[in-house]
Design a binder for this molecule. Structure first.
Ligand SMILES: Nc1nc2c(c(=O)[nH]1)N[C@H]1C(S)=C(S)[C@@H](COP(=O)(O)OP(=O)(O)OC[C@H]3O[C@@H](n4cnc5c(=O)[nH]c(N)nc54)[C@H](O)[C@@H]3O)O[C@H]1N2
Ligand SMILES: Nc1nc2c(c(=O)[nH]1)N[C@H]1C(S)=C(S)[C@@H](COP(=O)(O)OP(=O)(O)OC[C@H]3O[C@@H](n4cnc5c(=O)[nH]c(N)nc54)[C@H](O)[C@@H]3O)O[C@H]1N2
Ligand SMILES: [Mo]
Length: 768
């Protein structure tokens, strides 16, 4: 299949497997944007907004969390960032008239795409049980009713979820509201995403976030990439990668799928590349590891680095390892060394699905490089042994002192545009991560000190009936979580559900007894309050904080900002407290930034003055300075608890299902049915399989099958109507889209340390 070289066309290889032979970016991405323009019919202001995207003084993209450079390109956005903005600035409206025409029960049968395609929500709505419809209501009425309900409930029986987009200002107040009300039940989308990072990196190097900054990419000489679909999910990262390749940087990729963005890239912002068809080969080595096979692959590389060290030292007294760093900065090296040495290549090859020679080749790239960066996405975090994936990767990085050095480090590629920032300013179920003493003083209250509920805990307690109310600050919780069928049934026995959203989604249709749907401004829109237009801030994947100011005309006159909605609910719920100035904060977000600075003086010194620093301002990272805030005070080597990242081993008839995003979606928001970079068009109801697996399982291409859970727990979970589609995956691994296949993920099937659902190695059977 490497022989396929026709540019930008869909070709079948000798096995008739679909494979995109073009580059990521290029004319395809321009076409992708044009299609969205036609579909969303954005307002004229939208194009002007795009011009201001990701620029100082402009607004920060609502799509991915990748860093925004100091010197932006004329158009600092990508196909998918533009799609996200145009999706928000659509001229379509989901009005009270729409809700008058459809019952909620009827809408539950609609597809995700069709629900959001109705456009922006325009009015606050209340669920009316008698007619099974949403009916418009006044904001004051909604706040008063929510306040009355919350006052009646035990705060500990309520959950306040956040989906990673809301600004630092909103998030800080949302968490404050939860704590003043009396709980730490603050799960956010990070609990389904990079919580593995927050737990495993914290344990190993004392930092819950990555250690790299944008400039490191300009100085490294090798990059190792694990489990991230960059072309679709952080396309702007392809620019620095392309520049790195041009400097001679070696990129080694571990991914079961040959993702186009990591193979080839054509810069849509370079006229020369667009007109000449010139494209850059991104990965110099691309290894199709089995799903769940990374621990074995990394241990294989560690093994080879160690044996090369021994040989070099014996032959010419040179080190491969950074022995000074190991002695001064780490603990546990000897145990990992012993572990690697006793592993056989046979088991490494079996578990990883990769040949020893290839793993040695990859390790040789690391050995030769002076400065190496390790990047990763959901392919590592969403496994039962996801934390082991990450600590093993840290082991590899520590061998050569690749953390806390310019041009080197570990760099998780985060998801939502402010998911990292929400944790920074207090949205966390873990009270020990929040400066509660300082906040107790700031606001004259007694914050709850007990651990709150994360996503999985919250789901368990919704099923058991202990959770009685759920507030969603954005997102589509019911559609994004595991165990969807059971969760939807349990959901409806809650007393209160409140959803703050921009567009209609499935979570709004699974209602508690009392339910409100509150429409908010999007980030691209002008946020006018009594003191004038407001700016907000967010933190990117590389720990830089950026200001953002929308200038689009709001989708409806009845929208409120997220800050105003949070303050409105808090004011209606909490007893008066002169230190809780909800109205003043709504009027002037600068006051909220002052509060954030007071709570977190180290990271947010001079916050208001620095909001529009070009490239953002860096909040700092101790591990980058080689100060290790771990239990031992050193960077810790960790022996993995398992050689496979999967929770359940192989068995006759069991497949490893990876639930994947297409190039035409943002999480549960489905923009369309084109997974352009994978060559899959017109449908999402498919299951990808190796052609030899299709034959061996007695199936045929195009056959429609069901997937059923094979988790050995007696539960029946099934998704029907998936068309068998040949695709070059490792044998035994199959792929299908998220969120359609979420009903197959058992709630208990999650990373052991962080409880991140294991959406990438789900055990399933194929049912015909
Ligand atoms: N356009 C767009 N951008 C997005 C999003 C979106 O939906 N659309 N979502 C945002 C969010 S919230 C997030 S978290 C990120 C998600 O971005 P990614 O981290 O890229 O997440 P996935 O799309 O789930 O893809 C995971 C990748 O891991 C690979 N993989 C699966 N299993 C394994 C494994 O066991 N080992 C290895 N090495 N690889 C594996 C898959 O083939 C795939 O390439 O993107 C963010 N950006
Ligand atoms: N099987 C499986 N499950 C997964 C994953 C997977 O890979 N596989 N990935 C997981 C990951 S990484 C994540 S992050 C979660 C995502 O879970 P969520 O973050 O809960 O879901 P989203 O799909 O991002 O939420 C989309 C909704 O957000 C609302 N929205 C959009 N913009 C705004 C805004 O500015 N303000 C407000 N208030 N609302 C807005 C819209 O109404 C839209 O319908 O899913 C997780 N679930
Ligand atoms: Mo995510």
């Amino acid at each position: 299949m490497n022989g396929c070289r026709a540019k930008g066309s869909w070709v079948a290889d000798e096995k008739d497997t679909v494979h995109y032979s073009g580059a990521a970016g290029g004319w395809g991405s321009v076409r992708g944007m044009t299609e969205v323009l036609a579909r969303e019919r954005p307002t004229p202001a939208a194009l002007d907004t795009l011009r201001r995207q990701n620029k100082p003084g402009g607004f920060m993209c609502v799509s991915c969390a990748w860093g925004k450079p100091k010197h932006p390109h004329p158009f600092e956005f990508c196909e998918n960032g533009a799609k996200a903005t145009l999706w928000e600035m659509t001229s379509r409206r989901c009005t009270p008239e729409f809700f008058a025409q459809h019952t909620v029960t009827e809408l539950r049968d609609w597809k995700d795409y069709d629900l959001e395609h109705q456009g922006r929500l325009t009015h606050p709505m209340r669920y009316d049980r008698a007619t099974d419809k949403y009916v418009p209501c006044a904001w004051d009425e909604a706040f008063a009713a929510i306040g009355t309900e919350l006052k009646r409930l035990d705060p500990k029986s309520t959950v306040f979820y956040a989906s990673g987009r809301a600004s630092l200002e909103t998030s800080y107040l949302y968490a404050l509201f939860a704590r003043m009300y009396g709980h730490n039940n603050l799960p956010d989308s990070s609990n389904m995403c990079h919580e593995t990072t927050s737990v495993a990196l914290k344990k190993a190097i004392g930092s819950p976030v990555g250690t790299c900054v944008l400039e490191d990419l300009e100085k490294c000489d090798a990059i190792f990439f694990f489990g991230h679909n960059t072309g679709s999910n952080a396309p702007r990262l392809l620019h620095p990668l392309q520049e790195a390749v041009k400097r001679g940087v070696q990129i080694v990729t571990f991914n079961p799928i040959r993702e186009t963005g990591l193979e080839r890239f054509k810069n849509p912002q370079s006229p020369v590349e667009m007109l000449t068809g010139k494209e850059t080969e991104i990965s110099s080595l691309y290894l199709q590891v089995k799903a769940g096979g990374d621990i074995a692959a990394i241990m294989g590389m560690i093994k080879h680095v160690l044996s090369t060290e021994e040989r070099r030292w014996r032959e010419d007294k040179r080190h491969v390892l950074d022995v000074d760093f190991l002695a001064q900065h780490t603990t546990g090296f000897e145990t990992v060394k012993a572990h690697a040495e006793q592993l056989s290549w046979e088991e490494i090859e079996r578990e990883s699905g990769l040949a020893r020679a290839d793993l040695e080749k990859a390790a040789d790239v690391y050995i030769a490089a002076e400065r190496t960066i390790f990047m990763y996405g959901m392919g590592l975090t969403q496994h039962v042994h996801g934390s082991d994936n990450l600590t093993t990767l840290v082991d590899l990085a520590l061998l050569k002192g690749s953390i806390g050095r310019e041009g080197a480090g570990i760099s998780p590629i985060r998801g939502h545009s402010n998911v990292q920032g929400q944790r920074t300013v207090g949205i966390s179920e873990k009270p020990e991560l929040v400066p509660l003493d300082r906040m107790a003083e700031q606001f004259a209250f007694d914050p709850p000190r007990d651990t709150g509920l994360n996503t999985v805990d919250a789901c368990e307690k919704i099923i058991s009936g202990e959770v009685k109310a759920f507030i969603g600050l954005g997102g589509n919780f019911v559609r994004a979580i595991p165990e969807q069928v059971k969760m939807e049934q349990a959901w409806q026995s809650m007393r209160l559900t409140v959803q703050i959203a921009t567009k209609l989604n499935r979570s709004h249709l699974i209602n508690g007894e009392v339910a409100y749907l509150l429409p908010c401004l999007g980030r691209s829109e002008r946020d006018m309050q009594v003191t004038g237009a407001q700016a907000v801030t967010m933190e990117d994947s590389l720990s830089c904080i950026h200001g953002s100011q929308g200038n689009g005309h709001p989708a409806s006159d009845h929208l409120k900002s997220e800050v105003a909605i949070v303050c409105g609910m808090a004011k209606a719920t909490l007893p008066p407290n002169p230190k809780a100035r909800w109205d003043d904060w709504t009027a002037d977000y600068g006051l909220i930034r002052d509060l954030i600075e007071e709570s977190y003086p180290e990271m947010f010194a001079d916050f208001n003055a620095r909001v529009f620093t070009p490239g953002g301002f860096y909040k700092g990272n101790a591990a980058r300075e080689r100060i290790w805030k771990t239990e031992s005070g050193k960077a810790e080597f960790t022996v993995p608890t398992s050689l496979s990242a999967l929770g359940l081993g192989d068995k006759e008839g069991r497949w490893r299902l990876m639930t994947l995003r297409s190039n035409d979606q943002f999480n549960t928001t489905i923009y369309g049915y084109s997974d352009r970079l994978r060559g899959i068009e017109g449908t999402r109801d498919i299951v990808l399989m190796h052609p030899d697996d299709i034959a061996a399982a007695g199936l045929a291409e195009g056959q429609v099958v069901s997937l059923a859970s094979d988790a050995d727990d007696g539960e029946h979970r099934q998704v029907d109507g998936l068309t068998v589609t040949p695709y070059l995956l490792p044998r035994g691994c199959i792929g299908a889209y998220y969120p359609e296949t979420n009903p197959l993920v058992p709630l208990w099937y999650h990373d052991e340390a962080s409880k991140t659902p294991a959406s990438k190695g789900v055990p399933v059977r194929i049912v015909t």
